[in-house]
Write a protein that binds this ligand. Structure first.
Ligand code: FHN
Length: 436
């Protein structure tokens, strides 16, 4: 009898620990793994930072930077009436740019919901003269056009009274109560995520941001990530926490830096993990609409960043900040089209490639697809270039642009390729190597 009791007790304990264990060891679903492959091949996406902050034309941090108390900021939605908003035009613009997915802010740090939330009236339908669910409209258009849609969702919230204690930002100027229940806030956040993952069709991903505001808080990630994967197993979770990936995450992002670099200071803690990776950048210097920011990157800078990201086996998520009238700045539309035109001619060397066998050098990067290696010469003016030895022999070499043969000479350290001056391209001279 005692032995039987012991046996069932043993089984019960194993079950408990296995349950506990299964909650900590996230196993991505087959659908999620398929989406990770799609993501890896997609290589280029559109980031959209849009909210009531665009009215002030001073970026998405205006509430914090201008120390606008909650009660004052709450007046903004009543001026938000983006009658020029055309989701069809936005999706077409992304397609013309060669982008394969869109990441749009559902809620940024100001806490304002850009969809018809039932758990908070602080949203675009209830509190703006526009009164329409812009995310629903975009989700519909994305579904029709086969454009994958992610929601950027800020865990940091400068508006909700239960986002307490305060983190590094949203300080005492906000006029919020000096008390609150952080778990109640997280319940609220999970409820809003449930709305986005229930009522907006296929959600390709949730792009979290803001954990860095309260590094030591218990963000209940397992609970939130499990909720997301239970609602839509294929949804890819990523979090811009600037650390190494955490269990339950499906992709890793880097901000304003190529993977493994830290020139912008956001990536000190984020070692490149095993997940699909992405780097995000602004088209000028601002994420949200900034009236004064005319420091647009050039087509060459944008294309070379896209190529370098692919060379690092990463996607490039390029941001626009729509204006309060619902339009995207014409100069940004033009820039995106120029990138798209380049991709029309050269996308084969970017989409569905992996980072190439030659690591990044000053002169450029390489990408690879099957037995083809694309040497992207981005910063070079000499008529010959030394490439390190490859594991496989080179069967042929040609200029990708006109398919004309490239002369190459094997040497003890690798191979020297010849690049006549008239073949050098100011943006990207691509040499296609076919390996044996
Ligand atoms: O604070 C945000 C910022 O507003 C913007 O959303 C960027 C985009 O990657 N992420 C945070 C800054 O690291």
């Amino acid at each position: 009898m005692i032995n039987t009791l012991r046996f069932f007790l043993f089984i019960f304990v194993i079950h408990l620990t296995s349950m506990g264990h299964s909650q900590t060891m996230y196993e991505p679903s087959p659908e999620n793994l398929k989406n990770r492959e799609w993501f890896q091949d997609a290589r280029f996406g559109l980031f959209i930072h849009w909210g009531v902050y665009s009215i002030l034309g001073d970026g998405e941090w205006v509430m914090n930077q201008q120390k606008i108390p909650v009660k004052t900021y709450e007046k903004l939605p009543s001026f938000f009436n983006p009658t020029g908003y055309e989701p069809k035009a936005w999706v077409q613009m992304a397609k013309d740019a060669g982008m394969k997915y869109i990441v749009i802010t559902s809620k940024h740090h100001d806490g304002f919901a850009m969809w018809d939330s039932k758990v908070s009236d602080y949203n675009i339908v209830k509190q703006t003269p526009y009164g329409k669910d812009v995310l629903k409209m975009l989700a519909e258009e994305c579904r029709k056009e086969g454009m994958k849609l992610f929601f950027y969702h800020s865990q940091l919230d400068w508006h909700h009274p239960d986002y307490f204690p305060q983190g590094k930002t949203g300080g005492d100027w906000s006029g919020r109560p000096e008390q609150g229940d952080f778990n109640k806030y997280l319940d609220y956040m999970d409820a809003q995520l449930t709305e986005l993952l229930t009522n907006y069709g296929d959600v390709a991903g949730i792009w979290f941001d803001g954990m860095w505001d309260k590094k030591d808080a218990d963000w209940r990630l397992e609970k939130t990530y499990s909720l997301i994967h239970s609602l839509q197993p294929g949804t890819m979770v990523g979090s811009n926490h600037h650390q190494a990936p955490i269990s339950g995450e499906d992709f890793q992002m880097f901000e304003k830096d190529l993977p493994g670099h830290n020139t912008a200071g956001f990536s000190a803690g984020s070692k490149v993990g095993e997940l699909p990776i992405e780097t995000c950048e602004t088209i000028n210097h601002s994420w949200g609409f900034n009236l004064k920011d005319d420091k647009n990157k050039t087509p060459k800078q944008l294309i070379q960043y896209l190529v370098k990201a692919a060379g690092y086996n990463a996607n490039f998520l390029l941001n626009v900040g729509p204006m309060p009238n619902g339009k995207i700045q014409p100069d940004h539309v033009t820039l995106l089209k120029q990138v798209g035109d380049w991709l029309k001619a050269n996308g084969e060397t970017i989409y569905e490639t992996q980072g190439g066998p030659i690591t990044a050098h000053e002169w450029g990067v390489t990408t690879q697809k099957g037995n083809k290696v694309y040497v992207h010469i981005l910063n070079w003016s000499e008529e010959s270039l030394e490439l390190p030895a490859l594991k496989k022999k080179i069967k042929s070499a040609k200029f990708f642009a006109d398919k004309s043969p490239v002369k190459f000479l094997k040497n003890k350290d690798g191979v020297t390729i010849r690049i006549p001056k008239d073949k050098l391209d100011d943006i990207d001279t691509i040499v296609e190597l076919e390996l044996k």
